[in-house]
Design a protein around this ligand. Structure first.
Ligand SMILES: Cc1cc2nc3c(=O)[nH]c(=O)nc-3n(C[C@H](O)[C@H](O)[C@H](O)COP(=O)(O)OP(=O)(O)OC[C@H]3O[C@@H](n4cnc5c(N)ncnc54)[C@H](O)[C@@H]3O)c2cc1C
Length: 503
């Protein structure tokens, strides 16, 4: 048996991205909060966000109706119109709060907020910061503020592996550190904000830690999940022709197309007019699927983004991070075509929440990329995800603030710990390869059945031989989330949004 540290708190927040930190900042200072994060704060998808955060500062009904309509069209009308209304109507108050907190959104010479456009948006309604470093600027502001909060304790490098449960009530989380030290945190309210699922694919734009841990833990605890088959593939991710680096890939933000860049096939021809009248600014599912078709027809692994006509001065000022990154790989955006291809980018499905951010488990909330609030339908509208983190973060905080003070219940949990020498690396790699091959943009029955066989074999073996180690849970979570996505994709026979079934 291994000794376990025990902590109690009013609130336990699992995850230190935007979903976790913004919620924490909106919770009353009288409540004790523990934020546990698998990686140091700053290593998250939130930090990597480039394009911006969508939302209307203008609360005119007609203006808001357009944002609702664009979101519904991009998401193929699936899931929850009420959630979309909340997202759009509450945008302005939360964007203003970000401004008040000190996020340095880009402004023109008169101090007016600059807005950009991305695929699926009928108008310019996306705020950005540092040109293409929106996530970095938001997160640096919020991390500095959270570190000053006396009611908040931050535990970095600790990973949630299981929720503490009794009779469908959540009492907190069991955590394990990267060197296998244990800590059980008991809390009256627990928030899952563990982020996305990109790292269960071979190639993704996501942070390495995005292995869907919160979704897997919630599934083990019996929470309702929704929409797991919907995985968004970003159309324009830098394709490193020389290095072809595996793992975390660099994004060429949709805002580059929003500012007027084109897509060309390897023969130098524009092609989006063949597929959609919105051209390069069609929603992401349409652009990704069109690129796949074009790559297939031209026997190529990539297409090009052409931003040459935007000019060096504009590109360097508006997209400093992307410009620099391309340069590091030998590409000058003002004179070279940039090779791009679609890769995994965003997990739309997750732990189902209601309009207050509550899951089907009592005292358990979820926010951000690990949840399914219903706002993204079958395909997320670009830049609506940072907005989702803040809108639902505020709602969750309000719900927690309304809770009467109560004694936090806690008890001892025994943990049998044994070091094992199992090498889980090949299992993780085989699952990642399988997901990228058979549960990618174009899906068919034969491929999905093959993927199910491979993933089920690993999942069942892992369940039969449990170990309480970080390495074991990394593999189990990847296998669990891969299984959930593949089973849901197999079950949904129709093509809708980013789920394209060819048979
Ligand atoms: C390259 C890139 C660009 C993007 N650009 C945009 C954009 O322009 N606009 C937009 O709206 N969206 C964008 N997105 C999507 C958006 O960034 C994410 O959906 C959003 O930031 C998710 O926030 P989050 O807080 O849910 O997750 P994250 O920011 O990923 O945070 C997750 C946190 O959970 C922690 N964690 C994970 N597992 C555990 C565990 N087991 N225990 C404890 N902690 C855990 C992590 O360490 C991290 O602190 C982009 C995403 C990427 C990858």
């Amino acid at each position: 048996m291994k000794k376990v540290r025990k902590l109690t708190s009013d609130v336990l927040i699992l995850g230190g991205g935007l979903a976790g930190l913004y919620t924490a900042l909106n919770i009353d200072k009288s409540k004790k909060i523990i934020i546990a994060s698998k990686e140091p704060l700053g290593l998250s998808n939130s930090y990597l966000a480039q394009g911006g955060i969508a939302g209307e500062l203008n609360t005119d009904e007609k203006v808001l109706a357009k944002h609702i309509e664009d979101t519904l069209i991009a998401g193929s009308g699936l899931f929850d119109k009420d959630a979309i209304k909340e997202l759009v109507y509450d945008a302005s108050e939360n964007l203003k709060m970000l401004i008040d907190l000190g996020v340095p959104f880009d402004v023109d010479e008169n101090g007016k907020i600059l807005l950009t456009r991305e695929g699926g948006h009928s108008t310019r309604r996306i705020l950005h910061a540092g040109g293409d470093a929106t996530g970095k600027n938001i997160m640096e502001t919020l991390i500095a503020l959270i570190k000053k909060r006396e009611n908040v304790t931050i535990i970095e490098n600790y990973m949630l592996y299981n929720l503490i449960m009794k009779d469908n009530v959540c009492y907190g989380g069991e955590l394990i550190s990267m060197d296998n030290e244990f800590c059980n945190v008991f809390a009256s309210s627990t928030l899952l904000a563990t982020g996305g699922i990109g790292a269960i694919y071979k190639d993704s734009t996501n942070a390495h830690g995005a292995t869907g841990d919160g979704i897997a833990a919630a599934y083990r605890a019996g929470a309702k999940l929704r929409g797991m088959e919907f995985v968004q593939f970003h159309p324009t991710v830098f394709y490193d022709v020389i290095g072809n680096i595996k793992g975390q890939k660099f994004l060429i933000s949709e805002a580059v197309r929003g500012e007027g860049a084109y897509l060309l096939n390897i023969n130098g021809e524009r092609f989006m007019q063949k597929y959609d009248k919105r051209l390069e600014l069609a929603p992401r599912d349409v652009v990704s699927q069109s690129i796949m078709k074009e790559m297939y027809d031209t026997w190529s692994q990539y297409v090009y983004i052409d931003a040459r006509h935007l000019g060096k001065k504009f590109l360097m000022k508006r997209f400093p991070t992307i410009y620099e990154k391309c340069l590091e790989s030998g590409y000058h955006m003002e004179s070279d075509l940039i090779p791009v291809a679609p890769v995994e980018h965003f997990g739309i499905g997750g732990v189902q929440i209601d309009l207050d951010g509550e899951t089907s488990i009592t005292n358990l909330f979820a926010n951000g990329e690990c949840c399914s609030s219903g706002v993204h339908g079958a395909n997320r509208l670009a830049s609506n995800s940072l907005l989702e983190c803040v809108v639902f973060g505020k709602k969750i905080a309000q719900k927690i603030n309304e809770k009467p003070e109560s004694e936090v219940e806690s008890w001892d949990i025994e943990i049998s710990f044994s070091v094992n020498n199992n090498n889980y690396h090949p299992i993780r790699e085989e699952i990642r390869e399988t997901m990228s091959k058979y549960v990618f943009i174009v899906r068919d029955t034969e491929g999905l059945h093959l993927a199910q066989r491979i993933i089920d074999r690993h999942y069942n073996n892992l369940c039969k031989h449990p170990f309480t180690t970080v390495d074991y849970y990394r593999a189990l979570n990847i296998a669990t989330v891969a299984k959930l996505i593949t089973d849901a994709a197999e079950a949904r026979k129709e093509s809708i949004g980013c789920h394209l079934r060819i048979n």
